[in-house]
Design a binder for this molecule. Structure first.
Ligand code: UGA
Length: 461
């Protein structure tokens, strides 16, 4: 098929590169000429494992065509997929202006019949409104709006796109939905022919390594629903995942007071197949470009339709207090006065496998420590440059873990990059001033750390 994708962020560019690899002709449209130039040169404008290779291949085979112009792409497309940003406004509501302006531009340049698929995360009702706006335009144009929510996570975006656990497609027209399903089936067929193992390094940090096409046929993973339901599935999934994490963080606080170990507790709880182990990892809390925005959006939207979403409000409140909870632990370890104390913070991105620092709990932690007068050294495998704009004050940016912990009185694991989890405790011990470890992701090997003479502190363990 020939497809146009509007927006080259994590969702748009990854989807585009994977669809091109699966044999489709894909136009990637973005109004930002710099991003388009970077893609044209065979690279992504953000770090995402495995993506550069797919882009380079797509550009070489001419299956992937970056452009700033709708008119060069839309008239030739069977499907146009909207993947633009939906930023949060200050009050929690979602700015949908990019969705509507993308829709209007698509409508302006479309010929014949077109499926307009909406992949950006939006409040329920957005697709219907988009449809209304476009129907008020040139009445002779035939199009169908479908919602096709995206479930990929950053750091494992390519793997998740190739490895769909479910394919949710919502809309009124069965024909339009089927077209979208056929397009996504091309990805599934392609992924069953390649080895995706090398892409799983970060996908397994929070999830199990399941290859879905080995388990369930494609057609049984398709969930064909109404337009509104599809939109609500997406935000509900994210809200539920944040609830699991905040729940685990709450239980961790009880563990801290009672001597129970959160890892043992969640192992025992998560083995119940009705609950599952995923997203029950207690730590520094959740962040990123999706969870904070989507929870705020759902709370706001629920309020608009007359429902006070108290559970979700509590989930957000708990998360907002999680960094402060960790700061209290820092005081317990180093005392009330942090002035001049050298603290190393390992990991700055909001999660491993990405250079994305949007609403990163780790950076909130760093900024808190700076305000308390600590001498902070930071290290991250990919996000050092990106973090600079968000760090409010002077810190030392280290080039590696050794440099970060040298002379330190406390090292904090703030983002659970596998390369920061898997450190050489024995070797590093000699260069600490005081060998204190605060494992704010509960990923360091507690027994090993204690064996090599460290004082170990976790979250709920
Ligand atoms: C999330 C969802 O997981 C995706 O399914 C969804 O498609 C995406 O949002 C989106 O809406 O676009 P993402 O934001 O990339 O993906 O990151 P996650 O892997 O969900 O992690 C989010 C945050 O939760 C991170 O800060 C992570 O450290 C934290 N987390 C995750 C925990 O603290 N504990 C856990 O057990 C899991």
């Amino acid at each position: 098929m020939t497809v146009s994708i509007v927006g080259t962020g994590y969702v748009g560019l990854t989807t585009g590169a994977v669809l091109a690899a699966a044999g489709n002709k894909v136009y990637c449209i973005d109004v930002d000429a710099k991003k388009i130039e970077t893609i044209q040169s065979g690279k992504s404008h953000f770090y995402e494992p495995g993506l550069d290779k797919l882009i380079a291949e797509g550009i070489k085979s001419k299956k992937l065509i970056p452009t700033t112009r709708y008119r060069n792409a839309i008239p030739y497309s069977d499907i146009a997929i909207i993947c633009v940003g939906t930023p949060s406004k200050g009050d929690g509501s979602v700015d949908l202006s990019y969705i509507y302006s993308a829709g209007i531009s698509i409508h302006q340049y479309m010929k014949d019949e077109l499926v307009i698929a909406q992949k950006s995360t939006v409040p329920v009702g957005t697709g219907r409104k988009l449809e209304r706006i476009l129907r008020n335009g040139n009445k002779s144009k035939k199009f169908n709006v479908v919602s096709c929510p995206e479930f990929l996570a950053e750091g494992s975006a390519v793997f998740d796109t190739l490895n769909m656990d479910r394919i949710v497609v919502g809309g009124d027209s069965e024909k339009a939905k089927q077209k979208m399903i056929t397009l996504l089936e091309s990805i599934d067929k392609f992924s069953s022919k390649i080895n995706t193992k090398e892409l799983t390094k970060y996908s397994t940090v929070y999830k199990n390594k399941v290859i879905y096409h080995n388990k369930t046929p494609f057609k049984d993973r398709v969930i064909s629903v109404g337009l509104e339901s599809a939109e609500l599935i997406k935000v509900t999934a994210n809200a539920f995942l944040t609830t699991k994490i905040s729940f685990a963080n709450s239980i961790a606080r009880i563990c801290d007071q009672t001597g129970a170990d959160i890892l043992e507790v969640m192992e025992g709880v998560g083995r119940d197949e009705r609950i599952g182990k995923a997203f029950l990892y207690a730590g520094l809390g959740w962040g990123g470009g999706c969870f904070p925005k989507d929870t705020a959006g759902l709370i706001y939207h629920a309020d608009e339709v007359g429902f006070d979403f108290k559970i979700l409000k509590a989930v957000v409140d708990l998360n907002n207090s999680q960094v402060l909870y960790v700061i209290r632990k820092v005081h317990k370890i180093l005392g009330a006065d942090l002035e001049g104390k050298k603290i190393s913070v390992l990991g700055l991105s909001f999660k491993p496998g990405t250079s994305d620092v949007r609403i990163s709990p780790s950076i909130r932690l760093v900024n808190n420590l700076i305000r308390k007068g600590a001498k902070v050294t930071v290290y991250d495998p990919k996000a050092l440059q990106e973090a600079k704009a968000d760090i409010d004050g002077s810190v030392h940016y280290a080039n590696n873990v050794d440099e970060a912990v040298k002379g330190s009185e406390l090292a904090i694991l703030a983002t659970d990059w596998p390369e920061l989890v898997d450190i050489d405790f024995k070797k590093l011990k000699k260069i600490f001033k005081r060998p204190n470890l605060l494992d704010a992701r509960n990923k360091w090997d507690k027994e090993q750390a204690i064996k090599f003479g460290y004082k170990y502190f976790g979250i709920g363990r």
